[in-house]
Design a protein. Structure first.
Length: 240
């Protein structure tokens, strides 16, 4: 943990290539200009950096001074739902394997984590009677939101030549991955538009409460006949 008062000194000797928000071309230009460390960048005037490198450069300059106002965003976790079975009599036929898969799908699709969710991938893992293991990961073009859809998709894969494991199955595990929203229930165009406008209006209220005004604008055509591009359009405050 570095105290806020020591952040700039801590960053100063580090290479500017640690500033991953900058494009490789911008980093190369910095180095050609003699800006090789974060301390070199921090020593430059803000306006000069912004003029040369735009908004990414301005952001990098603030970071070089230990000023980071971006919120911390958690790394997305890849959610999955899984279950497994062990068999006294190893499974060798497609009918027996599908009966086991039916049981696993019934259990996994009843889990709360899958309520209202769809599935894009299914992983099957098996321990075989000859002591070897077998694993397949199936990715589907369309999201599967029901147990029956998942069953049909898996059966079509297992029915292919060499679709089944090369030896009877003693243990079988099924994992559902790529969980997302329910694919079959997309809001209509006007519902989505109304929801979007409501979210914008809510954001505008928060901005007005914080700044006393709404710093949101939209472009309005004012002099389309003008030969000067800047006169053809004007920015007008949004009335939300």
């Amino acid at each position: 943990m570095v105290p806020a008062s020591e952040t700039r000194a801590f960053l100063a000797p580090l290479s500017v290539r640690h500033l991953v928000l900058l494009e490789p071309e911008a980093l190369q230009r910095m180095e050609l200009l003699g800006v090789r460390t974060i301390g070199d960048l921090a020593a430059l005037p803000f306006n000069a950096v912004q003029a040369q490198f735009g908004m990414p450069g301005a952001h990098a300059w603030r970071l070089a001074h230990g000023k980071d106002t971006d919120p911390i965003v958690a790394r997305p976790v890849s959610a999955s739902v899984q279950d497994g079975l062990r068999f006294d009599d190893p499974l060798g036929s497609i009918e027996a394997v599908m009966a086991a898969i039916d049981q696993l799908l019934a259990h996994t699709f009843s889990q709360p984590a899958l309520l209202g969710r769809s599935v894009r991938q299914v992983r099957l893992r098996a321990l075989l009677s000859d002591g070897t293991s077998w694993e397949r990961l199936y990715t589907f073009k369309e999201a599967l939101s029901t147990r029956d859809a998942a069953r049909r998709a898996l059966k079509s894969k297992l029915d292919l030549p060499n679709g089944l494991p090369p030896a009877p199955i003693e243990e079988l595990a099924l994992e559902l991955l790529g969980l997302g929203g329910e694919a079959a229930r997309q809001p209509g165009l006007f519902v989505a538009r109304a929801r979007q406008l409501a979210e914008i209006a809510d954001a505008a209220r928060q901005l007005r409460a914080r700044y006393g005004r709404v710093p949101l604008y939209h472009a309005v055509e004012v002099e389309p006949w003008s030969r000067i591009p800047e006169r053809r359009w004007a920015l007008v405050t949004c009335d939300l």
